[in-house]
Ligand binder design. Structure first.
Ligand SMILES: Nc1ncnc2c1ncn2[C@@H]1O[C@H](COP(=O)(O)OP(=O)(O)O)[C@@H](O)[C@H]1O
Ligand SMILES: Cc1ncc(COP(=O)(O)OP(=O)(O)O)c(N)n1
Length: 266
């Protein structure tokens, strides 16, 4: 499986979260790095994009020789990278999970405002599944979700840009962690108990790469999302208290059920 995303030096989100998730779920992980961030549990201290040429070359190297069963996209940073990646995934015969990463949990921008229109008109139409969080829904569609009852309106607004499926992540709402998956016909509500654990850095990347990993194994979109929700919920429950701020989820939780949550060493 292939992730096209930014690097998080702290290892909680981005490429690092994606590769750990793929390993935990038993698929071969490959990566196209779009940007490098200096990032830790306190926030993003710096970000540098790679040239479009470097992103295209990484993608072609992997796809033309090894092949891919599923692609996941994350931080794309700029108009140029969004448009190049949209073209690459549209030309690849594999399901694409698009996580339209806009802003980190700490409020740091990971996408230029000027790129929003390209996300709407080029990237989302190339997606098998888009997985926006509530801030990204607001940025992309103007719909402000304040409760579970607004999730349908948000899903319809995102679907109008052309992805086959959308998963609206309600993780930022109070109460249970409820997400809505729909293709405009079928509706699947995914509900998990909210874990009162502040160490949730990387939840969105982890969920999207878990979904793509399950798609790579041949599951349908609803099956892949259900399995991925279970994986991310376990990873949040076991989250690590690393650093002085918001620590990462525990990507390896399912590999060491005996160890119990929250006992890692950096
Ligand atoms: N505290 C929590 N307990 C359980 N599940 C959560 C919690 N926070 C988020 N989730 C779930 O984690 C997944 C990622 O959602 P979210 O955190 O909203 O994404 P993002 O990282 O993109 O902001 C969703 O399935 C959401 O419901
Ligand atoms: C390099 C990089 N990519 C994406 C994100 C956002 O990740 P996400 O899973 O949404 O987690 P939070 O930032 O919300 O904790 C990132 N931070 N860095």
């Amino acid at each position: 499986m292939l992730t096209v995303a930014g690097s998080d030096s702290g290892g909680g989100a981005g490429i690092q979260a994606d590769l750990k998730t793929m390993l935990a779920l038993g698929v071969h992980g490959m990566s196209v790095v779009t940007a490098v961030t200096a990032q830790n549990s306190l926030g993003v201290q710096g970000a540098w994009e790679l040239p479009v040429e470097a992103v295209r070359a990484q993608y072609r190297s992997v796809v033309d020789d090894i092949g891919v069963q599923a692609v996941k996209t994350g931080m794309l940073a700029s108009v140029e990278l969004v448009e190049a990646v949209a073209e690459l995934i549209a030309g690849t015969d594999a399901p694409a999970v698009v996580d339209p990463v806009g802003i980190s949990k700490h409020g740091d921008s990971l996408l230029a405002a000027s790129a929003l229109d390209s996300v709407r008109t080029k990237l989302l139409p190339a997606a098998t599944l888009a997985t926006p969080n509530l801030d990204e829904v607001a940025q992309l569609t103007g719909v402000r979700v304040e409760s579970e009852s607004d999730l349908r309106e948000a899903a319809a607004a995102v679907l109008s840009y052309g992805p086959e499926w959308v998963l609206i992540k309600g993780g930022h709402l109070p109460g249970d962690a409820v997400d809505l998956l729909t293709d405009g016909t079928e509706e699947h509500w995914l509900r998990a108990r909210r874990h009162d654990n502040r160490h949730t850095h990387g939840t969105g990347c982890t969920l999207a790469s878990a979904i793509a990993s399950q798609l790579a194994k041949g599951q349908s979109v609803p099956e892949a999302v259900a399995a991925a929700k279970e994986y991310v919920t376990g990873a949040i429950a076991a989250g690590f208290a690393l650093g002085g701020g918001i620590g990462p989820v525990d990507h390896a939780w399912a590999l060491r059920p005996q160890a119990g949550p929250g006992t890692p060493s950096a």
